[in-house]
Design a protein around this ligand. Structure first.
Ligand code: DQA
Length: 137
């Protein structure tokens, strides 16, 4: 069975209540249950942290034997040299996902330090972006 992990960064634990006009009103937990039902033949893992080092540790932990990693590093996308380095240091390929269309928002969200080290990027398609990323691996 393929092993695919979703890693969500800061503030994404508040999905459903956080700025619903941008991020929708579904919690990630309820969405993740639906994903597991949709992909019964894939071993899906979900990890969320608000702490940069924990995201890096998780990438190191799973990044040598998982078949794919879907990473929404949230605000760290635009700032974290260390998460970008971690993505570059592991073997498993990573797809960067953003729920919102970061290119239609503030200029500081247009730049991703992580994207150059990723297999691809999906942005602006809401939670569907995670479904699509799973299909790629
Ligand atoms: C986000 C976009 C980021 O700019 C923002 O900081 C987030 C969420 C998204 O999924 O649209 O926290 O990664």
């Amino acid at each position: 069975m393929k092993k695919i992990a979703i890693i969500n960064g800061p503030n994404l634990n508040l999905l459903g209540t956080r700025e619903p006009e941008i991020y929708g009103n579904q919690t990630f937990e309820s969405y993740f249950e639906r994903l597991q039902m949709k992909f019964p033949n894939i071993e899906l893992t979900y990890f969320q942290s608000n702490i940069e080092g924990e995201i890096i540790n998780k990438l190191h932990e799973i990044g040598f034997d998982f078949d794919g990693i879907i990473l929404n590093a949230a605000g760290y996308t635009h700032t974290s040299v260390s998460i970008a380095d971690a993505v570059k240091s592991i073997k498993t390929s990573v797809i960067e996902v953003h729920i919102s269309n970061v290119f239609a928002r503030e200029e500081f969200r247009h730049k991703s330090l992580i994207a150059p080290n990723c297999k691809g990027v999906i942005a602006g398609l809401g939670l569907l972006g995670y479904d699509l990323a799973i299909e790629v691996f």
